[in-house]
Design a binder for this molecule. Structure first.
Ligand code: SAM
Length: 287
């Protein structure tokens, strides 16, 4: 069905199915006709490609993905949308719906079972309440995917797009830059959604790196330390890491010294290389 961004059509479908929006599930559906074709194109939906979509809503983006890609597998948590999608995507035989919480789906197995010989990309207008956990899950699981293209609220976008070593960065920034090259594709105004949220959004593409930065020998320990480092905003690296990891401050200070960092440095001033040096030193000292 092509006119899923027409407000009259959307209202008719929703009322016939007795559907009411769930705020808790972040249900703001896109009703701006220019946005979904752009996400599908720029997100890499094309012949020879399989797409994982997270959160279909009534299928407005799904429709554009199905038109372009060989196959689309969507994970949608709200089972009330299954009969809606049967109607709105009836013309496509390259679509499969999985009714589940994306955080509980084994995505590596899904990719192997559903997309054997296809390149795989992820495209989604993400529910705002799990933006960072979903992106971390997609990146840290080292899935066989080429890119992740997501629409997120502007504020989350600022953190995701921050440069490592800048004021806006957080633990998620380290993960996005470690596993991918993040790029802002375009902005989307709040009026493009039904119901309209209080903030604008943006679309970001993460191109997955074939090789992650050098210097990290234990990724699990690296990210545990990074999360500890950013657990208390604006505190020094020594204070955050020692309190969040329950470590003696003297040991953390030794690791800081061994990695040639200033004694009272803050995590948001460090480069990827410095974070790697520090976590390697900390690991050696805590073994
Ligand atoms: N793609 C549609 C669009 O652009 O109009 C809907 C986007 S809406 C912002 C987010 C969608 O994600 C909703 O349909 C919601 O039910 C679904 N969702 C929320 N939490 C989810 C989860 N944990 N796993 C899978 N889908 C989820």
């Amino acid at each position: 069905m092509d006119d899923l961004s027409n407000i009259g059509v959307v209202k008719d479908i929703l009322s016939r199915h007795g559907f009411t929006f769930s705020k808790a599930l972040g249900q703001n559906f896109l009703v701006n006709p220019t946005v979904c074709p752009k996400i599908a194109e720029m997100g890499g939906a094309a012949p020879g490609v399989g797409v994982i979509e997270i959160g279909t809503g009534i299928g407005v983006l799904t429709n554009e993905l199905c038109k372009r890609a060989d196959k689309v597998v969507a994970v949608e948590i709200d089972d009330r949308l299954a009969p809606v999608l049967e109607e709105t995507l009836a013309e496509y035989d390259n679509f499969k719906l999985i009714t589940a919480d994306v955080m509980k789906v084994d995505l590596a197995s899904l990719i192997e079972e559903e997309f054997k010989d296809l390149d795989v990309v992820v495209c989604a207008n993400l529910p705002y309440y799990i933006t960072s956990p979903v992106i971390m899950l997609l990146l840290e699981s080292r899935l066989r995917i080429k890119s992740v293209t997501v629409m997120v609220q502007k504020e989350a976008g600022t953190r995701l797009l921050a440069k490592v070593g800048s004021r806006d960065m957080g633990a998620v920034t380290v993960a996005t830059n470690y596993f991918s090259k993040p790029k802002l594709l375009f902005n989307v105004s709040r009026g493009s959604f039904m119901p309209s949220p209080n903030v604008d959004s943006c679309v970001i593409r993460f191109d997955i790196r074939e090789q992650t930065p050098e210097g990290v020998t234990d990724e699990a320990f690296f990210f545990k330390t990074v999360r500890a480092a950013f657990s208390q905003r604006r505190k020094t690296l020594a204070n955050s890491v020692s309190s969040a990891m329950g470590l003696d401050k003297a040991i953390v200070n030794n690791a800081i010294e061994e990695s040639s960092l200033p004694p009272s440095c803050r995590p948001e001033s460090l480069t990827m290389e410095q974070l790697a040096l520090f976590t390697e030193a900390l690991k050696r000292l805590t073994l």
